[in-house]
Design a protein around this ligand. Structure first.
Ligand code: UT7
Length: 328
């Protein structure tokens, strides 16, 4: 049986750190409120000349180096992002060009915070069908560019980052063991969680700019409730598809949107705290990049070892929800 092994990972965090204390000077908020209500202490912000492809390219190079794979060996580059450099051409094509990966097809996917898990599932499909052998999935988000820095209910939550993984066909019993992709499109409302203007529904006009409709909007409390419900569901589905229960999991990587959501999801799944990976205090919510960066960190800092079963789950705008079980 062919599986998709994760043979390399990489991540990139921009240098600039924005702390809660910095935010206190920008909007009516406090370090105490942000820590208590979200668990976030600081986040990274891209430099002025940095866009999603620049961060994604850096993460991609690190993943290729880690995997010992030449860019010419890649057959597809999938970029998960809701903050592409431009709506078209795709961010994946920009990265493909800069990597010189000219044997790879390249395209972006839009699944918000679930983008990396959706991307892994697509890559796994290409590989398990025998269509491709080596595929790279990148998640790159410059959330700071769609953040309304006058809106305290959202600007304290978001950050910029990129992560990447190289997948290759293997006959060993490791790699992606299951993928569950969910969506609840009845919640596809850009004012619940999304960016209302700039697409074909509401093209850019002086009015849309004036009304600040090119920024992320969110009704936080409603989204919170959906997350607490959807993430455990995605986790249980992914476990079931892998023929596992929460007890079989060595490490749990949940999407990092709010520490209270992470705690609630861990509790509902019955996964003890010491098995839950948390980095929200350092980066905030970096949308699709969150799970990708966390996966790279646990591989590099030795928290995850070869043979470990890792459950990764996410939820986000759409609403999308997704889970995957991988064995390193
Ligand atoms: O990637 C997935 C998408 N995002 C999420 O998963 C986020 C889900 N939602 C959340 O994490 C939480 O709902 C928030 C962190 C956004 C908000 O926390 P909350 O505990 O749900 O607060 P709330 O919206 O119920 O607001 C409580 C109070 C309000 O004041 P009043 O009306 O009680 O006077 C807010 O105006 O807190 C106020 N508030 C703030 N105060 C200080 C909201 N944001 C801030 C802030 N600083 N930054």
């Amino acid at each position: 049986m062919i599986r998709s092994a994760i043979i390399g990972t990489g991540s990139y965090l921009p240098e600039k750190v924005l702390t809660n204390f910095d935010l206190e000077k920008m909007v009516d908020t406090s370090d105490e409120w942000i820590r208590q209500r979200t668990g976030i202490v600081e986040r990274r912000i891209a430099a002025e000349d940095e866009a999603s492809s620049d961060m994604g390219l850096e993460a991609a190079k690190r993943a290729l180096e880690d995997a010992g794979v030449n860019p010419l060996e890649l057959e597809a580059i999938i970029v998960a992002t809701i903050t592409p450099d431009t709506l078209f051409p795709s961010t994946a094509c920009v990265i493909q060009g800069k990597l010189g990966a000219r044997n790879a097809g390249a395209f972006d996917i839009s699944a918000a915070c679930c983008g990396f898990i959706y991307g892994l599932a697509i890559a796994d499909g290409f590989i398990r069908s025998g269509m491709m052998r080596t595929v790279m999935v990148i998640a790159a988000e410059t959330m700071s560019r769609v953040t309304d820095w006058t809106d305290r209910t959202t600007c304290v939550l978001l950050g910029d980052a990129a992560g990447a993984a190289v997948l290759r066909a293997t006959t060993e019993d490791r790699g992606i063991l299951s993928s569950f992709l969910g969506a609840a499109g009845e919640y596809a409302d850009p004012f619940l969680l999304g960016m209302p203007a700039g697409g074909s529904r509401m093209p850019a006009t002086p009015e849309t700019v004036e009304k600040r409709l090119h920024f992320l909007k969110m009704r936080g409390r409603e989204v919170f409730k959906l997350g607490v419900k959807m993430m455990p569901e995605a986790g249980l589905k992914a476990l079931e598809l892998a023929g596992m229960t929460p007890k079989d999991i060595d490490l749990f990587i949940p999407h990092q949107a709010n520490i209270r959501i992470i705690d609630a999801v861990g509790e509902r799944l019955g996964i003890p705290k010491e098995k839950i990976y948390v980095n929200i205090h350092k980066y905030g919510n970096t949308s699709a990049a969150t799970v990708a960066v966390a996966l790279d960190e646990v591989r590099r800092n030795g928290i995850a070892k070869e043979g470990d079963n890792i459950l990764m789950v996410s939820f986000g705008s759409g609403m999308t929800y997704a889970g995957t079980v991988i064995r390193l």
